[in-house]
Design a protein around this ligand. Structure first.
Ligand code: G3P
Ligand code: CA
Length: 246
């Protein structure tokens, strides 16, 4: 449910202070006072939804190669914290179930970004939503989002009452028609590519605009001044303090 959007959403948890998309990162976001977190979900070879951003394991785990080449058990044998800092050795790639349970227990709102391995758009959305649905009460804030229109179409079909955020980086010419067709509730845009005019054009569709990823308070103030509702940030605690928001 999307009752009110927060000003700040912890990006991949609290990516500046903890290894992204891990349980430690979600905990750290809550510790810093974040009200919501954003995380990325992809499927393993055995079609289990896990939190990871990249198509490959190399950057954020001790593994190598494409994510869907490993089953969940193989993937969870990897270390997902060592690359970030020795203090996080032992962190694993969490399942969506583990992450959702933690976010719920910590009282966080959730933005689940469906991040399919190329070619797995529909199945990733189906599995992620079917996993999340029984775990997330309808009165808790939830936003589903994706850059991939087929993922948003699956969400629209399977769980229409949950708001969908249309993620844009280099928007196609017909982005507004697509947003209408998929019933997008929000437009989630790249902060660096925005001007007052571009934000005004998005707002003219009647949708809140969310901007990723903002770690500088001055830039956040500028975006808020243009009418952006919410920014995704790697440093929710620091930005909240600098901006005087929660
Ligand atoms: O959902 C906002 C943002 O996370 C989208 O970009 O690359 O960080 O997943 P990315
Ligand atoms: Ca993301």
């Amino acid at each position: 449910m999307l009752s009110t959007l927060p000003r700040l959403i912890g990006h991949r948890g609290a990516k500046e202070s903890a290894p992204e998309n891990t349980l430690a990162s979600i905990r750290e976001a809550a510790r810093q006072g974040a009200r919501w977190v954003e995380v990325d979900v992809m499927l393993t070879r055995d079609q289990r939804p896990v939190l990871i951003h990249d198509d490959t394991l190399d950057r954020t785990t001790t593994g190598t190669g494409a994510v869907p080449l490993l089953d969940l058990a193989e993937l969870q044998a990897l270390d997902a914290g060592r690359w970030f800092d020795a203090a996080f050795v032992g962190e694993r790639v969490p399942t969506l179930e583990e992450a959702v349970a933690l976010a719920y227990d910590l009282g966080l709102g959730l933005n689940l970004e469906i991040k399919p391995y190329p070619g797995q758009e529909e199945i990733t959305a189906e599995v992620a939503l079917n996993t999340l649905r029984p775990l997330w009460p309808s009165d808790r804030p939830l936003l589903l989002s994706s850059f991939e229109v087929p993922c948003l179409e699956v969400a629209q079909r399977l769980w229409p009452e949950i708001p969908r955020g249309y993620l844009l980086w280099d928007p196609p010419a017909d982005w507004a028609a697509i947003a209408d067709r998929i019933g997008a509730a929000t437009l989630n845009v790249h902060q660096d590519r925005q001007t007052a005019d571009s934000v005004a054009e998005y707002l003219a569709t009647g949708r809140p605009v969310l901007a990723y990823t903002v770690n500088d308070a001055g830039r956040a103030r500028t975006l808020f001044g243009w009418g952006v509702s919410t920014v995704f940030t790697d440093a929710p605690g620091r930005l909240a303090a600098e901006l005087g928001v929660d």
